[in-house]
Ligand binder design. Sequence first.
Ligand SMILES: [Zn+2]
Length: 1050
Amino acid sequence: MRWGLHPRGPGAAAVAAARNLWMLPRLRCHPGWRGTTRRLLVRSVTGASNQLQSSNNSRYRDTVLLPQTSFPMKLLGRQQPDTELEIQQKCAFSELYSWQRERKVKTEFCLHDGPPYANGDPHVGHTLNKILKDIANRYHMMRGSKIHFVPGWDCHGLPIEIKVLSELGGKAQNLSAVEIREKARSFAEAAIKKQRSAFIRWGIMADWNNCYYTFDGKYEAKQLRIFYQMYEKGLIYRSYKPVFWSPSSRTALAEAELEYNPEHVSRSIYVKFPLLKPSPKLVSLLDGSSPVSFLIWTTQPWTIPANQAVCYMPDAKYAVVKCSKSGELYILAADKVTPVASALETTFEVISTFSGVDLENGTCAHPLIPDKASPLLPANHVTMTKGTGLVHTAPAHGMEDYSVASQHNLPTDCLVDEDGVFTDVAGPELQNKAVLEEGTDVVIKMLQYSKHLLKEEKLVHSYPYDWRTKKPVVIRASKQWFVNITDIKATAKELLKKVKFIPGSALNAMVETLDRRPYWCISRQRVWGVPIPVFHHKTKDEFLINSQTTEHIIKLVEQHGSDVWWTLPPEQLLPEEVLSQVGGPDALEYVPGQDILDIWFDSGTSWSYVLPGTDQRADLYLEGKDQLGGWFQSSLLTSVATRKKAPFKTVVVHGFTLGEKGEKMSKSLGNVIDPDVVINGGQDQKKEPPYGADVLRWWVAESNVFTEVTISPSVLNAARDDISKLRNTLRFLLGNVAGFNPETDSVPVNSMYVVDQYMLHLLQGLANKITDAYKQYDFGKVVRLLRAFYTRELSNFYFSIIKDRLYCERAGDPKRRSCQTVLAEILDVVVRSFAPLLPHLAEEVFQHMPYTEEPQSVFRTGWIRTSSIWKKPGLEEAIESTCAMRDSFLGSIPGKNAAEYKVILVIEPGLLFEIIEMLQAEETSSTSQLNELMMASQTTLLSQEPRSVTTDVIERKGTFLINLEGGDIREESSYKVIVVPTTKEKCPRCWKYTAEAPDALCPRCMEVNLNFGKDNRLRVLTFSVPSDEYDDLEPIPPPKQGHPPPVAAA
Ligand SMILES: [Zn+2]
């Protein structure tokens, strides 16, 4: 049997066209309806009451097919987290990773886990990152790929070392390197244990017994191999250079270990550098009557003693000016004359101007060291944004200063030691003074005394701080190990063009951070890390490293871990047989170096240990935006250096987690959200109820993770409400496919009700869009699409019109089976759509599937399956035009029960009429598809005005534009909706106003009731769930007339 294809009357061509609407699966269709937001109007039932079409009459209650399921509508209190734990057990979450590894499938998807740092408790930053990765993995697994995902931890480094030492207090000073390392290791192990159990609780799929750890000997050995490969290629060298130095940690720091404090206060000064030897051009400009000085400005007065030069911009214009206050002549950039004069609270008279290049070969006097000349040098880092256009240059304390010094062979002596205090070389006044404190003060006083200081003022600016000690750092030259990244950078930038970045802007950010890095200092003067495998001569400034010594160390480390560097005697680290291969220097002449590797080098080599296959490239790296200058970069640089390829094909970058108003989370603000409290509830469970892990996962998925991600109690509450609405939808679906067997009861698509076909059409579109959104890692879009579908298309539209068919037709009636077939498909598509987001809820639903004997795991049964025959764009015109007329009808009876009215639709002859006629073959019907959509007592379809209409009517007029085949078929039709109170009585079984007499069954119910005993399926139904729970399923409250909800048998 087939519905809706019985046209009355003439118009063969139009009928053929209309017929095509749902006969041709891929008909293109562009809805266009008077420029209004048609879809919103179509789907929601507003303006009139809708009612639950079931009986309050105990005579018929057992003949009504209410939904039946054991799937709970709500999980209260501890039920939510407890159910999740049960599901994890029952559905074998812990075995899923190895199960999918063992599948024989062709494609592999490799997501390389950036190792979280092994200190501290799990926090919402971890939650965001790990859940995003898990969603990606579960999606790819369901689509049929084998997932390679090995979680890891970054275990070494200063933050752990400092924490351990500070916990030990005074005792720390007497500890040996080995003792510190032991304590640091157990500290890291404890943190890993805590974090791992949290990650498992969040439902992260992995083999948690096989993770990677940067303190693992085998990992360390791989890392040393990368180090040596780079050393052999000449990419790693030892040099004396200015680096960021933390006096508070007594170590060099990398750019990634700095935090910039925008509130830092420096004492900035204007200083005179007296002219010593003028350049030839200056000679011609000056008459020698007044003293002449170069003006410089600096925010770091303590670097003045280390001055070696003054730099200028060769292309800029400079001026000789006369100061009205002192009468002296000063030289500075012409552009800076006015601002500097005003800063010095004086006026300058410009005597003459000249070009920067004219300063060449001139010198000036050091303001603190008599007889010391500072040459004037051209440099391209000089700018006019701040200062005087002349730059004080201290090569030991600035990267650019250093590069000028190396070009001109200037000394780069450093007057500051590891503690950040002046050495004896700085002179007796400065010796032992901390450069950022008293040292600065003394330098300023000395400049004042020598009459070279023109002005001092406080300056608030952004200044680098040690990320751990939160104390300011300095730039200081010292002997360190460096990676020469100039050549690697060029190749890396080329290779990045082939990497997909999401969002796209992250590529530029990554290139910028690469450009900012002049070189990579990889040595640290600490003990908790991987040693730089180099031996230093005891007396000479020489070191020893070659393939034999390194290979020997690598073997030892692989076997015993890097502790050997500190525990084994030198003759075992440098045994004779190794030394004899390289010309036999005496092992006892050498000692193991004291430096360890930067932890970014540690974690940056993880690709070489973790990534599978010979290619060793991951499909995806997914981390926070701080890794653009951190792990993404160190991984890229080590990979490009050793094998000229990027370790990743796609990089997804997410933002940070912040409080509700975008503020940082901190204990002092009291806005820290603990993921464990979200899952299990806080001390006061009324204020902090247990939400379970799926709420966290929904929060992650729905957030716009490409910007900053906010989290707060209200955000989490909203996530719980969303899930609860989804749960209701699922319960409706599960309850109404009870007694349905898809294998034997399914109705073929072309035999379905038009609205059922239309839902499959929508479902197919939804499935495609959701799959696309997952492909783009846009999980927020998945949530938006799903939420719109289950609230608008399902709850507000489809569910509200099919209840009569579901509850009141015979169990096996094809009309009922038609919509059950669709409900089963919807259930399957919806559950698979959200399964990667909410694995616990998805598995819970599959545990309650009525037609599977053995509950299956949704994750072991593949991705969404849709059929191309579901696609029927022409149906949109039929459903949307009907809904437009229904909206006119419902709008005319606000607040009233639509079932108490009959509707007459008058449509002028034409395409619209032909289409609507498909939904109702008879002129008047209370059982047609058209009447189901209209939700009226009965619907009459006419092509001309009825002859006699009573006075008690409401009339509404409208037009609808049919737009088919990309606009090839366009036709606007007028319609009129005439609404008349029904004369029929309310059927006590289905509550529709379709009965001929009071308290009599309507003809449909009469037939169902007569055949009731013959239908076995009806008998097996038991109503174990209190039916009032279904009230929540109602998109619109039941009518006011006061009908009690249908009573179900206990
Ligand atoms: Zn009835």
